[in-house]
Design a binder for this molecule. Structure first.
Ligand SMILES: [Zn+2]
Length: 314
């Protein structure tokens, strides 16, 4: 039984789906070429280069049909590897390039997730991502629309994008608003070295951190995470590709676990990173996987009732 808490919709579209959606727009690629354009190389130059792999997927997420199907097929795909609970994240504003409203985009993703949930018996919820390269106003407007779906398919807010170019402090107001509205949040933090972004996220009240690799540089912040029971969503393959870590021997997951941090293992982007949750877990031993699964349940943005049901699967 697996729990997926950190999975981006646009980075996790299956090849057949992307191929079909692009063909409908008059774009045709050989399978190999398509794969090359979607999958980041094992050694990516930087996070920025990694983020380029999202250009084609976003073209597939500009229509109602594309959004519903993408969400539905993701639930189908993860159910095949034993995932029983998934939080799928996506940035609604990135799907409004061809006229869909932010509200329509969210409604479609939620519809696809619900459809998948029913059909495949996987609890599926959405996390809406604010984007670092969008203005505070744009992100506030997105949150305003997302608010209507909270508790009805949307479970939380996230902040994604280029962390080195746009520090978290620029979005203080956004998270203050989320807090005011009772919307929990996770924040991509410390993926590329910035301890300051981790500190900021914790001060803002993030319940979880995306990646959190930079925590290895600060015993003080690790202690804070342990005391506040903060979830640390770690994604090994993605972290290697973006050079957040040099190699797996230096991956701080075990250290974090030993210090009592609520670490869990996730994929980030199934297609862009060419991975599955099975593969991410395979880097670790049975005990670590079990503890990480328990931590994922503990820190999931869901009810105690569902958490208990998930624990029952273990
Ligand atoms: Zn991510």
């Amino acid at each position: 039984m697996k729990i997926e808490l950190h999975c981006h919709l646009d980075g996790s579209l299956n090849l057949a789906f992307v191929d079909e959606m692009l063909r409908a727009q008059g774009m045709q690629y050989e399978r190999e070429e398509l794969q090359k354009r979607l999958e980041a190389p094992a050694e990516c130059g930087s996070l920025t280069e990694y983020l380029e792999r999202f250009d084609l997927p976003l073209l597939c997420l500009q229509t109602k049909e594309g959004l519903v199907r993408a969400a539905y097929e993701l639930v189908r795909d993860v159910s095949a590897e034993g995932v029983k609970y998934i939080e799928v994240r996506f940035a609604p504003m990135l799907s409004t390039n061809r006229g869909l409203t932010c509200e329509e985009v969210i409604a479609c993703v939620v519809e696809g997730l619900k459809k998948g949930e029913k059909e495949f018996g996987v609890f599926a919820q959405a996390i809406v991502c604010a984007m670092r390269h969008h203005s505070l106003e744009q992100n506030m407007a997105m949150l305003y629309h997302a608010r209507k779906f909270v508790g009805k398919g949307v479970c939380a807010l996230d902040l994604a994008g280029d962390e080195s170019a746009f520090p978290t402090r620029q979005f203080r107001e956004l998270f203050a608003k989320a807090k005011e509205w009772g919307i929990p949040f996770t924040i991509h933090s410390g993926e590329c070295g910035s301890v300051e972004n981790v500190r900021e996220a914790l001060e803002l009240g993030a319940k979880r951190l995306g990646h959190g690799i930079a925590l290895e540089k600060s015993a003080e912040l690790r202690k804070m995470c342990q005391e506040k029971q903060i979830g640390i969503e770690m994604c090994p393959t993605s972290n290697l590709q973006t050079k957040a870590v040099k190699d797996l021997k230096q991956y701080p997951l075990q250290q974090f676990l030993d210090e009592g941090l609520l670490v869990s293992i996730h994929t980030d982007n199934r297609t862009v990173s060419g991975t599955t949750l099975q593969k991410e877990q395979s880097y670790f031993g049975e005990e670590v996987i079990r503890q990480c699964t328990l931590n994922a349940i503990e820190t999931a943005f869901t009810t105690e009732e569902i958490k208990n049901e998930l624990r029952g699967h273990l």
